[in-house]
Design a protein around this ligand. Sequence first.
Ligand code: 13P
Length: 253
Amino acid sequence: MTTRRKLAAGNWKMNGLAADLAEVTQLAQAHPAPGCDILLCPPATLLDRMSAAARGSAIATGGQDCHARASGAHTGDISAAMLVDAGASHVILGHSERRADHGETSAQVLAKAQAALSAGLCAVVCIGETLDQREAGETLGVIGDQLAGSVPEAVTGDNLVVAYEPVWAIGTGKIPTLEQIGEVHDFLRKDLVARFGETTGNAIRLLYGGSVKPANAAEIFAVANVDGALVGGASLKAADFSPIIAALEASQG
Ligand code: 13P
């Protein structure tokens, strides 16, 4: 059996000012030698300062998006190399909020992921169905298409993480049943093994995201093929994220 080191990832989305960096210091102090990986993805304006605040700790930092090109006339965009320059080791790509707010397609996410890999970043590629799609019985088809369309060929267990985030569970307080989470994660694992082979397919970590809280983290982390979480609202405060990290450490066994 493959042992995957678990990952607790926080997506701060469009939240966070300089004063909020105190949360990072608190989190670092609370988890000096964690039994899982910890990642925080702040808005781009805070990335450099958060990376500095996290230096010497077990907390890695990441961006929330990058451009597919290395540089050029793209006002307002940020390249993968710029994220690396600001101390990032990871980048979230294809989040449903970007797919919805900015019309990002899987083909664009794929190009961004290729840019991220070329810059030495680990890509956290997000996929997930809408409520309409789930109710129409299309969940596995939708996420299978998103996975196939968004993930480049040159991936390994070190440079790709896949986050399953049902759109209807994000920020709503609703989560799928544990059986539904398990069904999707088993499907993703099989899909990755079929495409990339046993070694790579079993090494890629699969995160669940959508309304993960201290109160539901342990039961979600007990589901097979759930290797951690991508947490939005509950990652903003150390007091909320810390018990989620502790639940993940406990599930590592
Ligand atoms: P919430 O944890 O706030 O539901 O957000 C999940 C998410 O979108 C993480 O990327």
